[in-house]
Design a protein. Structure first.
Length: 440
């Protein structure tokens, strides 16, 4: 029997399961919740757990934290799966928990993928949570506001877990190589660059990172008792080529800059190429969607008002669907924005106004456009002289709305690109009418 076969026989559990933390200090990431002095850490260390929901993307430690709680608590801990459990199983467990409470024993019930339970199944927990028979801990990748019954959710504290950083995953992969629970008993040669490559590919998911590492080691080049894992090995295991990309480094900003400037220069082919470069390297589509939405107003604006609508729709699609499906929605937005007429008038207008706002923060709002909800305010002149535009034939007046020190200041100057030509004509007619009224 070869050494690799012996290895497979001896290590039957997946690497992610073997490396699952047993103490809170072994957990990677989530420092905002379990760092020193943080609320969830104190709750676990003091064994003062109450009903809670862990919400976050896959592979960030929701189940891991539940296991850590199980190791710290003196309560009976029951692991429940929303995939395999029905109402009958729930009620059986709840009745047992009720009996345990009579003898002073607490019961913690962990429900993985709680969003998969329907309303009736979730309702089965509610009375036992209400009277304290159980402490419910749910884990979900979906927004609990939509997926967990309101009555149940109101009795749970929601903790939001974040995707792990590349540094978190890199540290975890190092631990896997060195730990006896991982590959510490073997001689594995793998460079930091290759570990970084796996961490980048995993995109915040610890389970994906460890599974990829495990597959790479098991398929590495074995010779003279040493397993060597190369870039080529990882590429074969992930079916992805190593792309020149670092989501926290210079190339990250170079590529988003290339996308932005290609759209600005009305080059859809280049824009789609840079989009594909980022997505195939593992960039978060939400990040790209945010930048595309910004572009819709910064570089297109009122030259094509529909640009913002399309960009927001693409953002929503990325949020709801995710990769790889949302790649086509981003492509549609990027091509549309590349072909749209361009105007930076929105950005210019805001920057001009921002400059005045910062230097003249104390400028009072003119009395005539202040609200006057109380008698005292009316007596002080709030709202006096205000003219309601809808009461006039032209649906506007020559009433001044800027502070006196800024009268005549111009922030928005429309261009003659696309539909903004119409806005320019409209603005010019408004200004001409108001100027005429002031001369009367």
């Amino acid at each position: 029997m070869t050494e690799q076969t012996l290895l497979n026989s001896a290590l039957r559990e997946p690497l992610a399961a073997r490396l699952r933390p047993e103490t809170i200090d072994e957990v990677v990431g989530q420092g905002h919740l379990i760092g020193q002095g943080r609320i969830l850490r104190r709750i676990i260390e003091q064994d003062a757990v109450s009903s809670m929901i862990f919400w976050g993307p896959p592979g960030v430690g929701k189940t891991t934290l539940a296991h850590v709680i199980a190791n710290h608590t003196k309560a009976k801990f029951i692991n429940f799966s929303a995939v395999t459990s029905g109402i009958k199983e729930i009620r059986t467990v709840m009745q047992q928990a009720d009996e345990n409470r009579m003898f002073g024993e607490k019961t913690i019930v962990f429900v993985d993928e709680i969003h998969r339970f329907n309303k009736a199944q979730q309702d089965a927990f509610l009375p036992f949570v209400e009277k304290g028979s159980i402490i419910l801990i749910g884990a979900t990748t979906e927004n609990p506001s939509f997926e967990v019954n309101g009555a149940l959710l109101s009795r749970c504290k929601v903790f939001v877990l974040k995707a792990l950083s590349e540094d978190d995953l890199f540290a975890l992969l190092h631990r896997a190589i060195e730990s006896p629970k991982g590959f510490g008993s073997q001689k594995v040669e793998i460079s930091d660059d290759v570990l970084r490559m796996i961490a980048t590919f995993a995109n915040g998911d610890a389970r994906t990172a460890l599974s990829t590492l495990e597959m790479a080691v098991l398929n590495g080049d074995y010779e003279d008792g040493v397993t060597t894992v190369t870039v080529d090995t990882v590429e074969q295991c992930t079916s992805k080529k190593s792309l020149l990309y670092d989501k926290t480094g210079e190339e990250h900003y170079n590529l988003i800059s290339a996308l932005h400037k290609s759209m600005r220069n009305s080059d859809p082919d280049a824009a789609v190429y840079w989009l594909a470069r980022m997505l195939e390297a593992g960039e978060d589509p939400i990040y790209i969607a945010r930048r595309v939405t910004r572009f819709a107003s910064e570089d297109v604006g009122l030259a094509d008002p529909r640009a913002l609508e399309l960009a927001v729709a693409a953002f929503q699609a990325c949020h709801l669907i995710g990769m790889p499906e949302c790649s086509v929605h981003l492509t549609q937005a990027v091509v549309y924005l590349s072909l749209a007429p361009k105007s930076n008038a929105m950005e210019v207008a805001y920057n001009r106004a921002r400059e005045d706002a910062i230097t003249q923060l104390a400028e009072p709002v003119p009395l005539h456009i202040r609200n006057a909800p109380t008698k005292l305010m009316k007596e002080l002149g709030y709202g006096k002289g205000y003219r309601y535009a809808h009461d006039y034939t032209e649906k506007m007046t020559d009433m001044r709305c800027l502070p006196d020190s800024l009268l005549g200041r111009v922030y928005y100057e429309p261009t003659e690109q696309g539909l903004e030509t119409r806005f320019k004509e409209r603005l010019e007619s408004i200004k001409a009418w108001k100027a005429a009224q002031e001369k009367k």
